[in-house]
Design a protein around this ligand. Structure first.
Ligand code: SF4
Length: 294
């Protein structure tokens, strides 16, 4: 697929702002800007914190901030985990209900599988970054002219995630697509410039993790693996309390509790390959906008 620029006007904007996911691609993009490999120099980067990233992502951000000549603003819409557990009461019917933020897999009463609604990317990534970008760049209410260029770290192996801005005051730019650089290419660039390897960024409990990723989390920090298992149990307990939610949520598509899943290797003995987390995001696309996992 050929990359088509989403610039709708000549780049005569006053503000270049990086949407920083805290993972490989957006970190490489920010560092490329810092050394002048991508121009112009952005005025700021914004990281939207779901408060559920692995510890190593926060440590990485602490390091990255010191390398960049522009400020990194960390913003949050609160704890995604807490929001996911919230049980609400309908004013109309008095019945309890809950909103599904994360794309958990649901086991229906007849045993079939579904995928629950996903709003987390919009509510916890896109929206907080939008609010902060407006504040930094002084975007006026009802503004129709483009004054902000938002840089998104989508690499050429994930081109399908690139979408145009929906805001009349901003346009989206994909510097890694312009450079035709893949995720692997970003890692090579980092290595060639003497930078350490960035961690993978995504919520610890993200149901989009591949088995390979789950296995990595399981084999990593014991407290984080316990957190994931506890999160799933609480998620199921909150769903049970909720009268209108009939399916049981699971983090893994096998509908087996995450602590009991036997994760498959990335490549099976018959040569078949499992989808990586990034391929899943590519596949799902809807409202993804390259805000998670880059
Ligand atoms: S990483 Fe997964 S759970 Fe977290 S905001 Fe993105 S899609 Fe949602």
């Amino acid at each position: 697929m050929e990359y088509q620029s989403f610039f709708v006007t000549p780049p005569a904007t006053q503000w270049d702002i990086i949407s920083l996911g805290g993972g490989v691609q957006s970190s490489a993009m920010a560092l490329m800007a810092a050394v002048g490999d991508i121009t112009p120099m952005p005025q700021a980067a914004i990281f939207a914190d779901t408060q559920a990233e692995p510890k190593e992502v926060y440590l990485w951000l602490d390091w990255l901030e010191k390398q960049l000549p522009f400020p990194v603003y960390r913003v949050t819409a609160g704890s995604l985990a807490d929001m996911e557990m919230q049980i609400r009461v309908s004013k109309k019917s008095g019945k309890t209900y809950k909103k599904s933020e994360i794309p958990a897999f649901g086991k229906n009463p007849d045993g079939s599988k579904g995928i629950l609604g996903r709003k987390c990317t919009r509510d916890f990534k896109i929206q907080p970054i939008k609010v902060k970008a407006r504040a930094i760049c002084g975007v006026k209410r009802g503004q129709k002219n483009i004054t902000v260029t938002q840089w998104i770290g989508i690499s050429s192996d994930e081109m399908g995630r690139a979408t145009a801005s929906r805001e009349p005051w901003s346009q989206t730019r994909f510097p890694l697509l312009e450079k035709d650089i893949t995720r692997e290419g970003c890692l090579e660039w980092m290595k060639a410039h003497g930078y350490p390897e960035p961690p993978r960024s995504a919520c610890l409990f993200c149901p989009f993790h591949s088995d390979h990723e789950w296995q990595r989390i399981k084999g990593g920090d014991a407290a984080e693996w316990q957190y994931v298992q506890d999160f799933e149990k609480q998620l199921q307990a909150s769903a049970e309390k909720c009268k209108v939610m009939r399916s049981v949520p699971f983090l893994h598509p096998s509908l087996v509790p995450i602590g009991e899943v036997e994760f498959k290797p990335a490549k099976a003995a018959d040569g078949s390959k499992q989808m990586t987390m990034h391929e899943m995001w590519n596949d799902i696309k809807n409202d993804c906008s390259g805000m998670c996992g880059v």
